[in-house]
Design a protein around this ligand. Sequence first.
Ligand code: CUA
Length: 332
Amino acid sequence: MSAEHGYLPDIQEGLKFFPEQASSYAGELDLFFIGLVVVCGFMTLLVFGLIVFFSYRYHADRQKPRGKLPSAKSSHRIELSVLGAMFVIFMGIFAWSTHLYLNIYRGPEAAMTINVVGKQWMWKVQHPEGVREINTLHVPVGETVELRLTSEDVIHSFYVPDFRVKHDAVPGTYRKVWFEATKPGEYRLFCAEYCGSYHSRMRGKIVAMQPADYERWLGDQGEQVAPEVQGASLFRSYGCSGCHLGKSDVRAPSLAGVYGRPVPLASGGTVMADEAYLRDSILQPQKHVVAGFAPIMPSYSGQISEGEILQIIAYLKSLQPEDQALNPAAMT
Ligand code: CUA
């Protein structure tokens, strides 16, 4: 039971009560937590204090009560003011927490998006420049880092106590999680959702570095292929390009500039072509059949990994509507 294990806090750390505040919103969240503890603690003490006070003051076993029992008439005003005070306090907590939640949920414009895939029992990471890591994530200090979080198998949870970051990695969904590291250092990363035999070993670390050091670190990783470039070659090797580039007889929808636009559906209505839609189109093509096209696209479920899907999505996002080569309609 020593600190050398790296996951059991030593006594000194325990005395600090809170984990280190190493992200831009850690302080705000801690303040809110302390605020809640103070309000709840005050209420608890008040209620228990009044119970003790009243049970002493109006004790039935005594010869005569020490105080006169209050009249029932005055209780309306007391009840209303207690209710009013509670309403104000709860609305205050509601407003404060909503403000915090929305700020953290929306987040600022991100400087970079890093793909994080949870898998029994490791965290697989790919940087926008193509660098891959397992169970370690290097990030620059002072920049907004956005994670695109998903899972290859079961639900995991990406938990960095020092950043006050904890989000589920759910298979089949992409979750945006952002943080801004404020101090260089190494911070522990856990999986906080029971995910099988070796859940407890699904640990890693975040290495926060000064931006210049981070650039140097990226450079030291050697020649890298960016995810969208890897996606472009997957697009060919999986045979997507055959139909979607209009080179075969099969007519498939154009994918140039499709990202972020509404797609008309055969069943009527439209669906927004976001990352989830693109993923569904690869794994469950019959879910959203595009208007004017036959439902003939095969599913790639079981053949393609989550990492590869993310790379193909990165490639599709990089395409502009003007990329004529990808638009069969424009070629004729
Ligand atoms: Cu992954 Cu617990």
